[in-house]
Design a protein around this ligand. Structure first.
Ligand code: NAP
Length: 303
């Protein structure tokens, strides 16, 4: 869908990796901004973004990027949020909208909101779309269609600002849902954060096996292990920050998972096939529900 007049005159993207560069490409593809300003930490990544022609202006200084921006989207790992918010705050114009794409929402608000001048609207967002790849070359314009983007505006956020961010994501092809940050963090702890932790742990366990067994694991990886290795290849810094930012929801869900794993362990020990079969039957129904909602196709960009 291409807009006739851009939704925003000036958009600044702070961080231009997988998600930031996908958003830049989608914004350009659908004509959603008059100008795209790009800022990132390293000169190398900035040069790559420029070579890929992802925007109109490039700077390592977030304050320069956000000057006169109507919309700023923070697309860095979450551990950088507070420093980015502090660095750009004084350069934001009144009426500007600040958003983000981070995977944890309560901590995004905690790290950004206190630094924003009054008259600037915070509309946090999280596109539930991604791959295990990172950096500006990994992004693509069609990452978002068919996926959800969850917005978690704090109470009393300017309704027009929320609508504009909603429209941005809808024009990029995403379905938008609004929820509270705590609810978002709890849902994502089970649907995304725990699965990543399990994948990281399984692959790390395999990595520590003795050499001959490890070779066999790689050789016969199609038997289930391979899917875990794809998830466990996700960006280490981004995922470090996700677990540190969503500590209480992840610990809560991890406690439940441990209890369930203990139950499975006991069932295997006791030869309780009924318990195993009942659990595996329930999980099949979850998979069928995901397929019915067409949420089963992974985002896997070719290498
Ligand atoms: P990425 O590909 O690793 O890109 C991160 C970008 O942020 C790079 O441009 C990097 O710049 C920049 N950056 C890193 N540290 C910075 C700092 N201290 N100050 C300023 N810029 C910094 O990461 P990503 O996958 O796009 O993830 C970005 C955000 O999207 C994260 O908050 C993540 O939670 C969220 N998210 C990710 C996914 C996913 O599947 N990957 C899905 C949904 C949401 P340099 O290269 O210049 O250091």
């Amino acid at each position: 869908m291409k807009q006739t007049a851009p939704l925003f005159d000036r958009v600044a993207l702070i961080g231009i990796g997988l998600i930031g560069s996908s958003l830049a490409r989608a914004i350009a593809k659908h004509g959603l901004a008059g100008h795209i300003f790009i800022s990132t930490r390293s000169a190398d990544t900035l040069a790559t973004a420029q070579a890929l022609n992802l925007g109109d202006c490039y700077t390592q200084d977030p304050a320069k990027a956000v000057q006169d921006a109507d919309l700023v989207v923070v697309c860095t790992p979450m551990g950088a949020y507070e420093a980015v918010a502090k660095a750009m705050a004084s350069a934001l114009k009144p009426g500007a909208i600040v958003s983000d794409v981070g995977s944890v929402k309560a901590s995004a608000i905690k790290d950004i909101l206190p630094h924003l001048p009054s008259g600037v609207h915070l509309v946090p967002g999280h596109p539930i779309a991604g791959t295990e790849h990172s950096g500006p070359k990994a992004g693509y314009a069609d990452l978002f269609p068919g996926h959800w983007c969850i917005l978690t505006p704090p109470p009393k956020t300017n309704a027009e600002a929320v609508d504009k961010v909603r429209t941005l994501w809808q024009m990029c092809g995403a379905n938008v849902e609004i929820m509270t940050p705590n609810h978002h963090d709890r849902v994502l702890a089970i649907t995304s954060h725990l699965p990543h932790l399990i994948a990281y742990t399984i692959v790390d366990t395999a990595a520590q096996l003795e050499d001959d067994t490890q070779n066999e694991v790689i050789k016969f990886s199609a038997a289930g292990f391979r899917d875990f290795t794809r998830i466990a290849a996700s960006d280490p810094v981004m995922w470090r920050d996700v677990f540190l930012s969503n500590k209480s929801a992840v610990l809560d869900i991890l406690g439940r998972f441990r209890d369930d794993l203990d139950r499975m362990t006991n069932a295997i020990e006791q030869g309780d096939g009924d318990l195993l079969e009942d659990a595996f039957t329930r999980t099949r129904a979850i998979r069928r529900g995901i397929i019915d909602l067409k949420q089963h196709i992974p985002d896997v960009k070719p290498d």
